[in-house]
Design a protein around this ligand. Structure first.
Ligand code: HEC
Ligand code: HEC
Ligand code: HEC
Ligand code: HEC
Ligand code: HEC
Ligand code: HEC
Length: 233
């Protein structure tokens, strides 16, 4: 069993552009030929596994010859984000979606073919639970959110996660042991307001957050500390 797993890993690690095959020719072209002209789509440090299955997973012929000036030779098999959600059920059952998805779909944060950043992201977002927190490490989030959310030690406007003017994002995310956003937020969607997670994996334990929002603040009782209440008043 372990050996089989290792063999699969080796197989995946040795996939290259020449392994990309589709079953049927598209617009009279075999899928290997796509790479002759669109090699940039497979020339990424981190590849989307769907692309390794074949271009026709997502692109289908419009029936026109390809390539031809001013003629669309291909269309997507479905519009996004439905195309992506047909394989990735990441928003299923979530009552509230991140507005970034509602406004921009998936490609505002992910690259459909491949990327230089982990998880096909468009910018930096770290995997570690704890790290030296700086806005650079979370470049993806700060494409849209104001950096004062993290950097302003005291503020009455940079965030609502504050006690008086004490910025609680700053408190949780400063020094060498800063916490990752995903400690508290689900980046795609959640059943609670502010995309707060109900529980997060912590080692091999599901840690409950017990977050309750109130008019002027909120409270939580995670495994990390006793019940803490914050109030903006
Ligand atoms: C002989 C070179 C060549 C081959 C082979 C080729 N393409 Fe293209 N393709 C182009 C050019 C040129 C364009 C237009 C400029 C651009 O968008 O890069 C284009 C555009 C596209 C587009 C943008 C939308 C459109 O239809 O204009 C898609 C999607 C695409 N190609 C997919 C494919 C797929 C899938 C294959 C293989 C089945 C393929 N191409 C094979 C040269 C090629
Ligand atoms: C997982 C789905 C998926 C697969 C598989 C896929 N693509 Fe795409 N491709 C997309 C999406 C989505 C867009 C539209 C991107 C946008 O609008 O920003 C796109 C756009 C393109 C474009 C036109 C815009 C551009 O970025 O140049 C080309 C050319 C293209 N793809 C070629 C390919 C080729 C060649 C393959 C196979 C090696 C392939 N794609 C496989 C999803 C996919
Ligand atoms: C035909 C099925 C299919 C479609 C359609 C598809 N994907 Fe994927 N995707 C996969 C597979 C298979 C993997 C690798 C296994 C996994 O991580 O789930 C993957 C992996 C990913 C990953 C995780 C990579 C990682 O490092 O963990 C992201 C992000 C992703 N896809 C985004 C998208 C987006 C965005 C779209 C739409 C443009 C899309 N996918 C469309 C099959 C698909
Ligand atoms: C606001 C930016 C953002 C948007 C928009 C977004 N994602 Fe993600 N996604 C992320 C980040 C960041 C991660 C990496 C999470 C981590 O570090 O564990 C991720 C991870 C993933 C993964 C890997 C598995 C997982 O659940 O962590 C998949 C698959 C994925 N996204 C698919 C999608 C699809 C499909 C869409 C569109 C419906 C989408 N994403 C929209 C930021 C985004
Ligand atoms: C493409 C732009 C964009 C990106 C990138 C982005 N967001 Fe957002 N996000 C928004 C918008 C728009 C809103 C809604 C307005 C607001 O609350 O600022 C939002 C709201 C939120 C909320 C509050 C939800 C609520 O219900 O009030 C959280 C939490 C959040 N984002 C976290 C993140 C994290 C973490 C990242 C990085 C992984 C990220 N965002 C990346 C655009 C983005
Ligand atoms: C320790 C938990 C925690 C961490 C870590 C955390 N947040 Fe938050 N965040 C919250 C809480 C709680 C709220 C809700 C504040 C309220 O409205 O009462 C919030 C609210 C937000 C909002 C809504 C606007 C605002 O500031 O009130 C955004 C956007 C946001 N967070 C982004 C981020 C980003 C980006 C990261 C990582 C760089 C991050 N958060 C890390 C707990 C956290």
């Amino acid at each position: 069993m372990a050996l089989l797993f290792i063999e699969i890993l080796i197989f995946l690690a040795t996939l290259s552009a020449s392994d990309i095959k589709g079953l049927e020719p598209v617009a009279g072209l075999h899928l290997e030929e796509c790479i002759d002209c669109h090699g940039d789509k497979t020339d990424h440090e981190i590849m989307h596994e769907a692309v390794e299955i074949g271009c026709d997973v997502c692109h289908e012929s419009t029936g026109e010859a390809h390539p031809e000036d001013g003629v669309m030779g291909f269309k997507l098999v479905d519009r996004t984000p439905d195309l992506c959600l047909s394989c990735h059920h990441i928003t299923q059952g979530k009552a509230i979606l991140h507005s970034a998805i509602e406004n921009g779909g998936c490609m505002i944060c992910h690259q459909p073919h491949g990327s230089e950043f982990r998880v096909l992201l468009s910018d930096r977002y770290p995997a570690e639970d704890y790290l030296v927190a700086s806005t650079d490490s979370f470049g993806l989030c700060f494409m849209c959110h104001d950096t004062d959310l993290l950097e302003a030690e005291k503020s009455e406007w940079a965030t609502n996660f504050r006690h008086g003017d004490q910025n609680l994002h700053y408190i949780h995310m400063n020094g060498a042991k800063g916490r990752n956003c995903k400690f508290c937020h689900n980046l795609h969607g959640s059943d609670q307001t502010f995309l707060i997670e109900e529980s997060v994996p912590f080692g091999n334990w599901e840690m409950q957050m017990n977050f309750i929002a109130t008019e002027e603040g909120g409270s939580c009782l995670p495994g990390c500390h006793g019940k803490k209440v914050y109030s903006r008043q």
